[in-house]
Write a protein that binds this ligand. Structure first.
Ligand SMILES: Nc1nc2c(ncn2[C@@H]2O[C@H](COP(=O)(O)OP(=O)(O)O[C@H]3O[C@H](CO)[C@@H](O)[C@H](O)[C@@H]3O)[C@@H](O)[C@H]2O)c(=O)[nH]1
Ligand SMILES: [Mg+2]
Length: 192
């Protein structure tokens, strides 16, 4: 399908309490001249960065575990979710955000960081673009105990890489960005 012409008819903010929920009405014009009108809700929570910490010698990864209310209201019985370290960009550049979140959430200050890709996580209605990174960690680069800032209460999990992959298969790990990162590490043969 070729590109469409987009004309915004109406752009209304439904909520801007913390993040922004908008209702956008727009016309899409096809090459043939046919026009279709859509009305769609779009949730803007900003963009984010996530980073998978791995250690090739120990064949291990560092993940986090925290309460996620959005999963609790949608079938996750205790609301706890295992995830790769991640944060909202706020005013930071993506790599700076990834480094900062690694220190705050896991306690590890990482050296060289590899950018992998930028992915839209839920394009049907959420604007969020997440920047994906990976970096080697070691006990020598630990600067604090992790756990997050303010009211964040984050457990730090250091797991054998094979165990993390088994937890994806069993459904114990069911966060999209985390599965993508673990499988990408496997795809790259980083832990072979
Ligand atoms: N008051 C208030 N605080 C909020 C709200 N939503 C989030 N926060 C606070 O905002 C902070 C966000 O923490 P970060 O570590 O920066 O972000 P994150 O929640 O881990 O988000 C990351 O992972 C998400 C899930 O995969 C991603 O969606 C996001 O882009 C980012 O990568 C937390 O302290 C949280 O309490 C809200 O509605 N109200
Ligand atoms: Mg976070």
């Amino acid at each position: 399908m070729s590109s469409l012409k987009i004309d915004v008819i109406k752009d209304k903010i439904l909520s801007e309490n913390y993040f922004v929920l908008r209702n956008i009405t727009y016309d899409l014009t096809r090459g043939s001249g046919e026009v279709v009108r859509h009305k769609r809700e779009v949730y803007d929570r900003g963009n984010g960065a996530t980073i998978l910490l791995y250690n090739r010698e120990r064949r291990s990864v560092v993940l986090t575990r925290q309460f996620r209310v959005a999963t609790w209201v949608n079938g996750n019985a205790d609301g706890m979710l295992i995830e790769s370290c991640a944060g909202l960009l706020d005013a930071d550049a993506p790599e700076a955000c990834a480094r900062k979140e690694a220190i705050e959430e896991t306690g590890f200050e990482v050296g060289e960081v590899t950018k992998l890709f930028e992915l839209y996580m839920s394009p049907g209605g959420v604007t969020e673009l997440i920047h994906f990174f990976m970096a080697e960690y070691s006990e020598a680069t630990r600067v604090n105990a992790g756990g997050g800032v303010d009211d964040e209460d984050i457990d730090v999990l250091e797991l054998p890489f094979e165990k993390a992959l088994a937890m994806v298969r069993s459904g114990e790990i069911r966060d999209g960005k985390t599965v993508i990162l673990l499988q990408h590490l496997q795809l790259l043969g980083m832990m072979d």
